[in-house]
Ligand binder design. Structure first.
Ligand code: 5AD
Ligand code: SF4
Length: 478
């Protein structure tokens, strides 16, 4: 799989009263950034900003950046170079442009950005999005750039407007931000700050609004989502399992997912939720990073491969049709050929339905960046290719194993070809089939006819839908 990168969903249809200002958001990185871009658009809507599809037509451009791996800064500055010209061309035409840099590079680089690119008007970290309207007003008055990269005391979620209007069939909902785990290689604890969980009532209210707007599948987001410990309406601290139970009660909601989880935070009640709540989809993204206990210790992951395997056993007992995806890093400092072989062995033992894999990239300020035993780039390339070939094989095998089955597919929109509709299997596989657009937003039984490397195609099942049924089983104690 590749690193997900997306632009903000845009809707450029003309309206009866044309919007006064146009907003273009470029999003890099994870789903949390995609969610954040949507919320930045929400917070700017009352100021008269409506989405547009090109920076050339935009009164405001936001670059929502990701710092997790290298080249983020170079990518940002080359984009800023292009936008300098766009901004100048707009000024020559008598039009302005507010240029903002948001996200984790903004958090990490702060003043460095405005020093190197003084044509940037706003720099704001992920905890400052609710302050955008005030910052835009300040930028209009200010001589230089306005920078907000503090971790404010008041959580941004309390200040953001409620989600509103029609929603896509599948929606993201951030429930948790930040991380206290401090894995050796990772910038997240520095760019996103300490762990924070939104109160359950706020999450439930947002989920109800998403469903009222048409969402049928919600993916709960958090850098460390299963560390969720939000305040419940009863005053008690709720874990993710309890939150899933409450969300499962929302009428009209058909599917729940959550990402990204840490193996150390798979609490008993969360595992039990996979057994007890059919609405929780049987697909879990659970990064393990390495199959070598030496490397896991150097990474400060706080678990061994045996812990991970035991956990999977319990999860699969709870939900026998559960499929897994994961993240792997090759070439962490100190990783030997034998450690790499141990990662391949773990992958073979587990059998993943999908996985993201990355070459280790030194992030300034993280412990691994200065550690001895840095692995040569060419060796990292070789290890990555080997690991990805194995994952591709497993993914193709998993897809092929769905052929002939009849699965519940959530129809999410029109397909690429006329007459086609597209949806998602319970395991997040894209599914294409012939069917009426009226099925969008419903879950229908689909017989899988052909498996492709990254998707499935099928046909609406006639007669009795053989929707996949999984037996319930007991969970072994931890
Ligand atoms: N180098 C390579 N990959 C990294 N990731 C996080 N930090 C780094 C880094 N410095 C990967 C991890 C994580 C995923 C989101 O990105 O696998 O789970
Ligand atoms: Fe980064 Fe995830 Fe480790 Fe937190 S748990 S430090 S987000 S890799």
């Amino acid at each position: 799989m590749t690193d997900p990168a997306a632009s903000c969903p845009t809707d450029d249809r003309p309206t009866a009263s044309a919007p006064r200002k146009r907003l273009y958001i470029q999003t890099w990185g994870c789903q949390m950034n995609v969610y954040d871009s949507g919320r930045m658009a929400d917070v700017l809507a009352p100021l008269g900003f409506a989405p547009t599809t090109t920076p050339e037509t935009a009164d405001m451009v936001i670059l929502n950046t990701c710092h997790i791996r290298e080249k983020a800064t170079e990518k940002l500055f080359s984009e800023l170079g292009r936008l300098r010209e766009t901004k100048a061309a707009r000024r020559a035409a008598g039009e302005g442009m507010v240029l903002a840099v948001a996200g984790c590079v903004a958090q990490a680089e702060g003043a460095e950005i405005t020093a190197r690119a003084p044509w940037v008007d706003l720099v704001l970290g992920p905890q400052s999005y609710h302050r955008l309207p005030e910052m835009v007003a300040r930028a209009a008055r200010a001589a230089g750039a306005v920078i907000e990269t503090e971790f404010p005391v008041e959580p941004k979620f309390d200040q953001l407007p409620a989600v509103a209007g029609p929603q896509a069939v599948t929606a993201f909902l951030t429930v948790q931000e930040g991380c206290d785990k401090f894995c050796s290689f990772c910038v997240v604890p520095y760019t996103r700050g300490a762990e924070y969980s939104r109160p359950a009532a706020a999450v439930l209210a947002e989920a109800r609004l998403l469903v009222a707007g048409g969402a049928r599948e919600i993916t709960l987001l958090g850098q460390n989502v299963n560390a969720y410990h939000g305040e419940g309406p009863d005053g008690a601290s709720w874990g993710l399992g309890r939150l899933l139970h409450a969300l499962a009660e929302i009428p009209g909601l058909l599917r729940l997912r959550y990402t990204t989880s840490h193996p150390r935070d798979m609490a008993d009640d969360l595992i039990a939720a996979h057994r007890d709540l059919p609405i929780v989809m049987p697909f879990l993204h659970l990064p393990v990073q390495s199959g070598s206990d030496r490397v896991l210790a150097a990474m400060n992951r706080g678990h061994t491969t045996a812990d991970f395997l035991r956990l999977l056993e319990r999860l699969r007992k709870a939900r026998p049709d559960l499929a897994l995806s994961s993240d792997f890093i090759v070439g962490h400092p100190g990783e030997t050929a034998a450690d790499h072989a141990a990662s391949l062995a773990l992958i073979r033992e587990v059998g993943f339905a999908a996985a993201y894999s990355f070459k280790y990239s030194a992030r300034p300020g993280t412990p691994a960046a200065g550690a001895p035993g840095q692995v040569a780039e060419a060796e990292k390339d070789r290890r990555l290719q080997e690991l990805q070939a194995l994952i591709r094989e497993q993914q193709a095998g998993f897809n092929a194993s769905r052929a002939g089955l009849t699965l519940p597919v959530l129809i999410t929109g029109p397909g690429r070809h006329p007459g086609q509709i597209a949806g998602r299997s319970p395991w997040l596989q894209p599914v294409h089939l012939i069917g009426p657009l009226g099925l969008i937003g419903t879950e229908v039984p689909v017989t899988i006819l052909t498996a492709h490397p990254n998707s499935l195609s099928g046909a609406l099942a006639t007669g009795e839908g053989q929707a996949h049924v999984q037996p319930r089983q007991e969970i072994a104690p931890a």
